[in-house]
Design a protein around this ligand. Structure first.
Ligand code: TYD
Ligand code: MG
Length: 453
């Protein structure tokens, strides 16, 4: 016996409500509730045998999970070595960012390394995927392809091919005919994903799920799956730049600090050999409002240019714009520049950005961002051989940051000769002079961007 009832469910967080509301009570998202038919079986369900018995923890033998390197260096870096057998990874990102490209490259590579791999495409035809695989050099005897959206057929294929690695592109196109709701609905996405998770655990298969993230919330967002899967990877970047960033926001088998940097080219995604060089490639020296910060993303040092433009405002509430930098820290830095350094920015519009689609949310970027703002205000450029690093406190003091030696070595490698650093820095790097500043005011004076003589 099946009973059909209608519920309203939030496409963003899965919150369930009996009646429609403009705003989700669960996550506060607007216009995200969609009506769904929910079929629940009321017949008594066979429970089946237990999957495991309680056991003393020291008697557990299979503690070390087998890690399968994908062979795509940046993916392995983010996954702390590779994909773990029996694990489920969700790869989220906006449509068009390159998820299909990345995962086709991943299965092409795992097949080459000897894992039977299956790519299930629910969005493109077999011919389209083949054409793309040709271009990516992903054709291999151990790479299988299935253009299918029906979950039972996919599970049948898994039983017959017995792949080591499976990609489902995308989880939103899957549907289980036993459920009345439409493909892409929260109920379908959740049910299909949990069936695949069960398969992965039972057979030790590596499952990768592609999930589109849409701002409108019309498709069930990957957020409803985050707790079901072992690993959540976020793939993003500026679509107008070739650069793509891969990060783990959840990873049951390792750290989530590493960042993968990839570049979208005509023949797929390639490793960025020299990230700092890429970020600084278009840098124009001698203009005001620009500063370079040696930052660290994960374990990798990275030089990024931050820019600021301070302009006369005609608004009673001046504009504050932060692209790729933290808007909260920008507001704080403007207040510190005003109160602790005597620089009047209050009535101006302030635009700030990290160049090249980079994102710097590292507090170590405070000093460089503040110097860029001071430089734009005074019209005096920073020296083109200077980098600046340090967290700024509310008292206007510069504070130490992590991995300073790695940051400064990268700056020296990229040809910088001077570094403005917090007072008390002991790190010495060949070819790089450290200019110690106890406060932001002192840093402004050292960089000579304060405006007075
Ligand atoms: P795609 O992987 O289809 O994105 P998603 O699966 O996240 O929706 O890639 C989308 C874009 O990537 C598309 O606009 C074309 C571009 N692209 C390249 O620039 N080079 C390539 O080799 C490939 C395969 C795609
Ligand atoms: Mg795709």
């Amino acid at each position: 016996m099946a009973k059909t009832r209608s519920v309203h469910r939030c496409a963003a967080c899965g919150w369930e409500s009996a009646k429609w509301a403009g705003r989700c009570d669960g996550c506060g998202e607007w216009n995200s509730l969609v009506e769904e038919l929910d079929v629940r079986t009321t017949a008594s369900v066979a429970v089946g045998p237990p999957t495991s018995d309680p056991i003393r923890i020291r008697d557990v033998t299979d503690a070390g999970a087998t890690t399968r390197p994908t062979g795509v260096g940046e993916v392995d870096r983010v996954l702390s070595g590779g994909l773990v057998d029996g694990s489920v990874t969700l790869v989220g990102g906006e449509p068009g960012i390159g998820k299909s490209t990345l995962l086709l490259q991943v299965v092409g590579s795992t097949a080459r390394l000897g894992s039977v791999s299956l790519y299930v495409s629910g969005e493109e035809s077999a011919g389209q995927v083949r054409a793309r695989a040709d271009r990516l050099g992903a054709i291999h005897d151990d790479l299988w392809l299935l253009a299918e959206t029906s979950l039972p057929h996919i599970l049948t294929a898994l039983e017959s091919i017995k792949p080591d690695v499976v990609v489902i592109d995308s989880v939103q196109t899957l549907h289980d005919p036993a459920l009345a709701s439409a493909p892409g609905s929260v109920a379908q996405v959740r049910e299909c994903a949990s069936r695949l998770v069960a398969h992965a655990k039972r057979h030790g298969t590596v499952v990768l799920l592609v999930g589109h993230v849409t701002k409108e919330g019309t498709l069930a967002g990957p957020r409803v799956l985050e707790h079901v899967v072992d690993t959540v990877l976020e793939f993003d970047g500026d679509r107008h730049h070739g650069l793509r960033l891969l990060r783990a926001s959840k990873h049951r088998f390792g750290a989530t600090t590493e960042v993968g940097l990839l570049q979208m080219d005509t023949d797929g995604l390639a490793t960025v050999a020299d990230p700092s060089g890429l970020f600084l490639a278009d840098r124009v020296t001698g203009i005001s409002g620009s500063a370079v910060v040696p930052t660290v993303d994960g374990n990798r040092p990275l030089l990024v240019e931050v820019q600021a433009l301070v302009a006369q405002s005609s608004l009673s509430n001046p504009r504050r714009s932060a692209q790729g930098v933290d808007s909260g820290r920008l507001a704080m830095l403007l207040a510190v520049l005003e109160r602790r350094c005597g620089l009047q920015v209050g009535t101006n519009d302030v635009y700030t950005l990290a160049v090249g689609g980079a994102r710097v949310f590292d507090p170590g970027a405070d000093t460089a961002l503040a110097l860029a703002i001071a430089s734009s205000l005074s019209g005096q450029p920073l020296g083109d051989d200077v980098v600046a690093v340090g967290e700024v406190g509310l008292g206007g003091e510069l504070r130490q940051v992590s991995h300073l030696d790695r940051r400064l070595r990268e700056a020296a490698r990229m040809g910088f000769r001077r570094a403005i650093v917090p007072q008390g820095t002991a790190v010495q790097v060949d070819g790089l002079q450290t200019l110690q500043a106890p406060t932001l005011r002192a840093a402004v004076a050292l960089a000579d961007v304060g405006g007075e003589g």
